[in-house]
Design a protein around this ligand. Structure first.
Ligand code: TYD
Length: 217
């Protein structure tokens, strides 16, 4: 089977628990990179394109209480596949920087670790889905789950999804999952303390990007 030819762009993902401020951080980061004249594509999982957005709405529908954990993991992997093929890979091939809000580490931490499906099992289905396209760099915005959930509550405008309603214990477990992943992928995953100010978080991300590559002035 053919593997994906190696792309010229950079694939950067953001990971973290709820309320870590990923979405805002990504927006600020993009602004900075665009000011530097970079070709940047911002996207998110689950979603980013038509088919994946539809899969997202099935997964995150609060009425779907009967959803089996393996079904959920397969749906995330399916959405991931379509999103990669339609959006991420073409952008990387033309040399863009792709910033993606969540990727395979979310499935490993949430479904594999916290839901108890096992990281190895979840990796297997994702290996099939991603077919060798892994991020060049992953920022893990790490926050204490209690502080993260308190931020979400304070921000009443944010959509409340089924996963937000899960117990604190689940989020503690997600954090443990990310901790393991960061230990196993020291080169790729960089932990950022997300209790710091947003400006400082973005500055750190830019510094790391600069260190890692010549492309970021
Ligand atoms: P979203 O509203 O995008 O949350 P956030 O702003 O925290 O990223 O909802 C995405 C939810 O889906 C979030 O709770 C994490 C979860 N998720 C998984 O469980 N597995 C996955 O593979 C992905 C991509 C997301």
């Amino acid at each position: 089977m053919m593997t994906v030819s190696h792309q010229r762009g950079r694939f950067i993902t953001l990971e973290g628990g709820e309320g870590a401020g990923k979405t805002t951080a990504i927006q600020l980061l993009v602004q900075q990179l665009k000011e530097q004249g970079q070709d940047v594509v911002v996207t998110r999982e689950p979603g980013g394109i038509r088919i994946a957005e539809q899969i997202r709405s099935i997964i995150l529908n609060p009425d779907h209480t009967e959803m089996d954990a393996r079904t959920e993991a397969l749906l995330y992997a399916a959405a991931r596949r379509q999103h990669l093929v339609e959006k991420v890979i073409p952008a990387l091939e033309r040399g863009a920087i792709v910033l993606c809000d969540r990727f395979v580490d979310s499935s490993l931490a949430y479904q594999g670790y916290a839901r108890g499906l096992g990281m190895d099992a979840v990796w297997e289905i994702n290996r099939f889905a991603i077919h060798d396209t892994m991020p060049d760099l992953t920022f893990w915005l790490d926050i204490d789950p209690e502080a993260g959930l308190a931020r979400i509550e304070a921000n009443g405008l944010r959509e409340i999804n089924r996963l937000d309603k899960e117990a604190l214990a689940f989020h503690v477990s997600v954090r443990e999952g990310y901790t393991q992943l960061a230990e196993q992928n020291k080169e790729r995953i960089v932990r950022i303390d997300a209790s710091q100010s947003l400006d400082y978080i973005v500055e750190q991300m830019l510094n790391i990007l600069r260190e890692r590559t010549q492309d970021f002035s």
